[in-house]
Structure formats: C-alpha cells, structure tokens
Design a protein around this ligand. Structure first.
Ligand SMILES: NC(=O)c1ccc[n+]([C@@H]2O[C@H](COP(=O)([O-])OP(=O)(O)OC[C@H]3O[C@@H](n4cnc5c(N)ncnc54)[C@H](OP(=O)(O)O)[C@@H]3O)[C@@H](O)[C@H]2O)c1
Length: 227
C-alpha cells in the first residue's frame, strides 16, 4: 500500500485531501500541530495520526524520525499547512513580523519538511510532492496587499521549480497546486464558495500522478496556470 503524508490535515483542504487519499487506498499519515486534533481527524477519515508543527524544526525532525521508524516508507508528501498572517496589509506598509510568520509556515515549513523526508521519498518507486500554493503567489498576475502571504507562496512555487529540476532524474514529481477559492475557515471569511471536495481534488490528482505525469508545474483543478 502506498503511503502519503499530509500536513495541516486536521481541518479544511488538508483533511479532505487525506480523506480522498484514504478513499483511493493510500495509507495516510494525517498530521496536525495539535496531537488531539490529529487523532480526532485521523479517526474520522481512517488515517494514522501524527503530531507535526511545520513551523518548528524540532517537530519536523521528530516527525521525520517517526515516519522513518514506522511505516519506514513514504511515497507522497502533501505540503498543505498554511497560514494567512497579513490579509489586507498593504505592501507599502508591511508588517514584517507577520510576513516572517507566513514564511515560517508556508515556505520554510514546507521546505524543511520536504528535505527531512527526501531520503524516504527517494526510496519510493513513485514519489510525489505536492505544494499547496495559491494564485496569490503567482508572479505573472501578482497584485497588491497581503505581501507576507503572497511572498510565502511565491517562494513555495520557487521551491517547486528548484526541487523538481534537481529531482527529475530520481523520478520525484514535484508540483504546486492552487486549490481555488475554497469554503474553509481560511476562505469563508472572504465569501469563498468552492466546496472543499473540489479544492482537494486537484491536489489529489497531483499526489496520484502516473510516472509520466508533469513535474515542476503549477495547476488549478488539473489545468496549468502561470507561475
Ligand atoms: N481556502 C482557500 O480559498 C485557499 C486558496 C488558496 C490556497 N489555499 C491554501 O490551501 C491550504 C489549506 O488551506 P485551508 O483553506 O484548508 O485553510 P484552513 O482551513 O485555515 O486550514 C489550515 C490548516 O493548516 C494548519 N496549520 C497552520 N499552521 C500550521 C503549522 N505551523 N503546522 C502544521 N499545521 C499548520 C491548520 O492547523 P490548526 O487547526 O492547528 O490551525 C489547519 O489544519 C493552505 O496552504 C492555504 O494557503 C487556500
């Protein structure tokens, strides 16, 4: 059975991604920064719980060691955990502490975790990494406001390009996904209507790509979008 790990999966798009991967027959490590929330969500969707705060390097090291012990393998990593720390803040008057907090989770967290799990992913026959990004991080259509969130997702997209290039020969497919404007705790405060099932579907598609699938791309609902 293929093994998948999803971050920030106690609620929202992460939990739904974990649920859909279980439905497809994956053995899913459902991770959350709160141990009890990980356990509750894992029970709901039929996954295994694991405590993981991606903004804490020690927590990443502990989680990577735990995965290395049991199940001792990893095929799919979904870097989903994300925070919006400076919604509506103007780029001309940035809150650098909030920007740092967005980077710590959305960029450094995903990057550190991916590197920590790379030895296991390299041993997989069909390794996949999905970075849950946002159209707000696309440089081609970059607009104003929320600079911390935007820069963190642009940096995450850069990581997708860097690692997909370096890991192409190893067969690791690394892609970014924008879930769209999804009705979760994050999206609903701005009136998002897209059902969470639909937002997660494009992530699950990238997590379950065939070996000749794309790498180094940025997709929404299975279609390429501009970086
Ligand atoms: N919703 C949208 O419209 C939308 C659009 C574009 C991109 N996205 C991206 O999609 C991803 C999921 O968003 P969502 O809508 O599901 O948001 P959400 O409902 O706010 O859920 C965010 C999840 O991330 C977790 N998280 C936050 N910081 C963490 C940390 N340091 N370590 C581990 N987990 C952490 C949260 O855990 P706690 O419960 O402990 O806080 C929660 O489980 C995010 O990366 C977001 O940027 C969402």
């Amino acid at each position: 059975m293929a093994i998948a790990l999803v971050t920030g999966a106690n609620r929202g798009i992460g939990r739904e991604t974990a649920r859909q991967l279980v439905e497809r027959g994956y053995d899913v490590l459902l991770t959350a920064r709160d141990e009890a929330k990980a356990a509750a969500a894992a029970e709901e969707v039929g996954a295994r719980p694991l405590e993981l705060d991606v903004s804490d390097p020690a927590s990443i090291a502990r989680a990577a060691a735990a995965v290395g012990d049991d199940p001792g393998r990893l095929d799919v990593l979904v870097n989903n955990a994300g925070v919006g720390t400076d919604w509506g803040t103007a780029g001309v008057a940035p809150d650098f502490a909030a920007m740092q907090a967005a980077l710590d989770t959305n960029f450094f967290g995903a990057y550190r975790l991916t590197v920590a799990l790379l030895p296991l992913l390299r041993e997989s026959e069909h390794p996949r990494v999905v970075n849950v990004s946002s159209g707000m991080g696309g440089i081609a259509e970059m607009g104003g406001w929320s600079p911390g969130y935007r820069v963190s997702k642009a940096a995450l997209n850069a990581m997708t390009r860097i690692l997909s290039t370096e890991l192409a020969d190893a067969g690791v497919l690394v892609n970014s996904a924008c879930p769209g404007f999804v009705n979760t705790d994050m999206g609903s405060q701005f009136g998002a209507k897209k059902p969470v099932e639909d937002g997660a579907a494009g992530i699950v598609w990238l997590a379950t790509l065939p070996d000749d699938g794309p790498t180094g791309g940025f997709f929404r609902d299975g279609k390429p979008i501009a970086f």
